[in-house]
Ligand binder design. Structure first.
Ligand code: GLA
Ligand code: GLA
Length: 680
């Protein structure tokens, strides 16, 4: 970890593909010059360079990469060196068709594209290992090497015979007997009982799709097999360079910027030394306000920081627009600095881009880049990147400081999968991650720091735990929530919670006893609304609109703080609070309009003692996020609006962006960001 640990700068740079320009020494020379001018310092190299490194099977050429590594080192830069398994040369697919992926329809793919290998294939694993060993042998002690970047954006699945066999072995290991598999997958349903392991196949549109336990275990297997492939890639890197951290770049699913759905990152996160991810919000879109989108950016970054409880890296972002949104808008003046510093505010120790230079041809030739086709430093984007580089140098002491939160929101990948699979409720309205984003946003508007965590995290350090829509909940999670609440924590949950166990089997009898105890209620029914249906919530002396879902509940000891206004359950409890041990269980039976969450959390943060201590008068479109160590704290103050905004704070400090002192009454220009340093 030495070079990484000793690096005092925030990382600034990005994906660099010199392998596309090996016949253009003039361009490669210009790159070095522009790297210096743009205040960039770190480059991810070789991500898609397999053809340049091994143009024919067994014939390797590393000389060009030697020079790139040396040249970047000579200008004081770092290299994040990639293993090239994300895309393979044509000769590999041609000589060994088993490396090609088979889709869920059992159709074998042709060569082409990227991110499409079979993750089980022994031949692909062997070829990757040979390449990785050579990279490790050659560069393990190169002075520019900062970190290993394994493959690229792992995703997808393969359904070939090798994968079917591996899946069956995985299941045998998990369940031992076919009887147990039949039990937990509830296979007597539609006469799907298995009588031989060989009958088990991965889910398919032309085969089995309705056995929810199978679907769930397949997704778990895909995560495990992807991690296994990743671990296999790292063997020689760890052996030859034990000090160099290893990462792979995670993703989000746009357009709502929800956590990437196909892999359970809560498991994967344990295998990376430093978590890194690729962040592409569609700024200036036509469906979210800037502040709403900013809160979604906050949510997902707080998850990718929260999982490991340590600073992370933004491996890719764009300095302008991308090429794959429906409409590819470029960043308005001011947005590049604001959006970059927001990532740092939430715990990133880098601002890295895809891509350093635009390619001349193929599908990403119009994707935003630091260096455009004009090969000039005079354009707006290059200047924006340069000023971000300068500001990152000004705030470099932020590196390694962390965020501290007493409130947490729990996101669970398996729950998301199971809930999406559940045929019931509303097809379009489940919106589990989006629901969490709404709870987050209410706290974000109040400048309350939040960790987004998973059930792999410890709950004990928090005062408030927000767990809505945890449809799939094991008894173990229930017991952990009981302990958390008994010990003085406040837990919030909602409709569609505690319905099925970890096998996706529905709990029998009443709502699980453990949850009844925490919340002091029983859940009787769940009513699902059409989009035009509404109910109303009477809470205190206010009325709020209810959409989509109403759990019909009975209070069994809980205090009723809100009731339904209409329908056959008018007058029955809608919001409840229950004292449990030294803590409290609060239940939200209906899905409400956002205004209720704003109102509710404003009261609650006061009660639980979560009020931001620095902010005197906040502003819902100005986000304040703190990073700190023992001696210093940095308050990132960010105006996510197109108008000037004001806030009042309790202490003045020094704005590291402008180099000026700040006062307690601050006015921020549209998209302005300040990083206020305060000595403790
Ligand atoms: C049909 C089928 C049943 C059941 C119901 C569900 O009627 O015959 O087995 O699937 O639909 O509505
Ligand atoms: C991903 C990939 C990059 C590039 C960008 C474009 O993040 O990792 O190679 O395709 O998307 O936004």
């Amino acid at each position: 970890m030495n070079r990484y640990r000793n690096e005092k700068r925030l990382l600034h740079g990005g994906d660099y593909n010199p392998d596309q320009w090996l016949d253009r020494p003039d361009i490669l020379a210009q790159d070095l010059e522009f790297m210096r001018l743009s205040h960039t310092n770190t480059f991810s190299v070789g991500i898609f360079a397999w053809s340049a490194l091994e143009p024919e099977e067994g014939k390797f050429q590393f000389e060009w990469l030697d020079k790139i590594m040396d040249d970047i080192y000579a200008i004081g830069g770092n290299v994040i060196l990639a293993t090239p398994s994300g895309a393979r040369p044509a000769w590999l697919s041609e000589n060994y068709p088993e490396v090609l992926r088979t889709d869920s329809n059992r159709v074998k793919m042709l060569h082409g594209g990227r991110h499409n290998h079979c993750f089980t294939s022994p031949i692909y694993r062997e070829k990757v290992q040979i390449m990785n060993r050579k990279l490790a042998e050659r560069y393990h002690d190169h002075p520019a090497l900062l970190m290993w970047h394994i493959s690229n954006e792992f995703s997808g699945e393969c359904h070939c015979d090798l994968c079917q066999e591996a899946f069956r072995e995985w299941l045998q290991k998990k369940y031992s007997t076919l009887e147990e598999l039949n039990r937990v997958w509830w296979t007597p349903f539609w006469s799907h009982t298995y009588t031989n392991w060989s009958q088990v196949e991965s889910p398919s549109p032309i085969g089995e799709g309705g056995v929810h336990g199978l679907n769930l275990d397949w997704r778990r297997f895909v995560t495990d097999q992807t991690i296994d492939f990743y671990e296999h890639e790292t063997t020689d890197l760890r052996r030859l360079s034990p000090d160099v951290p290893i990462t792979t770049n995670f993703m989000a699913d746009t357009h709502d910027l929800i956590p990437f759905q196909s892999l359970d990152y809560s498991k994967f996160a344990k295998h990376v030394d430093v978590l890194s991810w690729d962040c592409y919000p569609a700024w200036h879109n036509d469906w979210d306000t800037t502040a709403t989108l900013a809160s979604k950016v906050g949510f997902i970054n707080d998850l990718y920081r929260g999982m490991k409880q340590q600073p992370f890296l933004i491996m890719e972002s764009t300095p302008s627009g991308v090429n794959w949104h429906d409409v590819n808008k470029t960043k308005r003046p001011g947005m590049h600095l604001l959006s970059s510093l927001q990532l740092v505010a939430h715990g990133s120790d880098s601002v890295m881009y895809f891509q350093w230079r635009k390619s001349r041809g193929s599908s990403e030739k119009f994707h935003g880049a630091v260096v455009d086709h004009d090969c000039s430093t005079a354009n707006r984007v290059f200047k924006d990147v340069t000023s971000v580089g300068q500001v990152l140098e000004q705030i470099a002491s932020v590196k390694g400081t962390n965020k501290q939160a007493d409130a947490a929101i729990l996101f669970d990948w398996e729950n998301h999968w199971a809930l999406e699979d559940a045929q019931g409720y509303g097809k379009e309205t489940k919106q589990y991650p989006q629901t969490l984003q709404e709870h987050y946003r209410a706290l974000w508007e109040l400048d309350v720091p939040v960790d987004v965590i998973t059930k792999e995290n410890d709950f004990a350090k928090y005062k408030l735990l927000i767990v809505p829509m945890l449809y799939m909940m094991s008894k173990e999670t229930m017991r952990r929530l009981q302990e958390f609440t008994k010990n003085g924590g406040t837990v919030i949950s909602s409709y569609i919670t505690g319905v099925v166990d970890e096998h996706d089997l529905v709990y029998q009898g009443a709502w699980p006893e453990e949850l009844q105890e925490i919340f002091g209620i029983n859940v009787l029914e769940t009513d699902t609304y059409y989009p035009k249906d509404h109910n109303h919530l009477s809470y205190g002396n206010q009325i709020f609109t209810i959409n989509d879902y109403c759990a019909i509940i009975e209070a069994k000891g809980a205090q009723v703080t809100g009731t339904y206004e209409e329908d056959f359950y008018a007058g029955t409890p809608a919001i409840t609070t229950n004292q449990y041990g030294d803590g409290k269980g609060i239940f939200m039976a209906p899905r409400t309009e956002f205004a209720f969450l704003q109102h509710f959390y404003k009261q609650l943060v006061d009660e639980v003692g979560l009020v931001n201590q620095w902010v005197e008068v906040g502003n819902p479109v100005v986000s304040v996020q703190e990073r700190a160590d023992e001696e210093v704290c940095y308050q990132f103050v960010m105006n996510f609006s197109e108008d000037p905004q004001q806030i009042k704070v309790k202490q003045s400090g020094m704005d590291l962006v402008s180099g000026e002192g700040t006062s307690m009454e601050m006015t921020l220009k549209p998209y302005e960001v300040k990083v206020v340093k305060i000595e403790k």
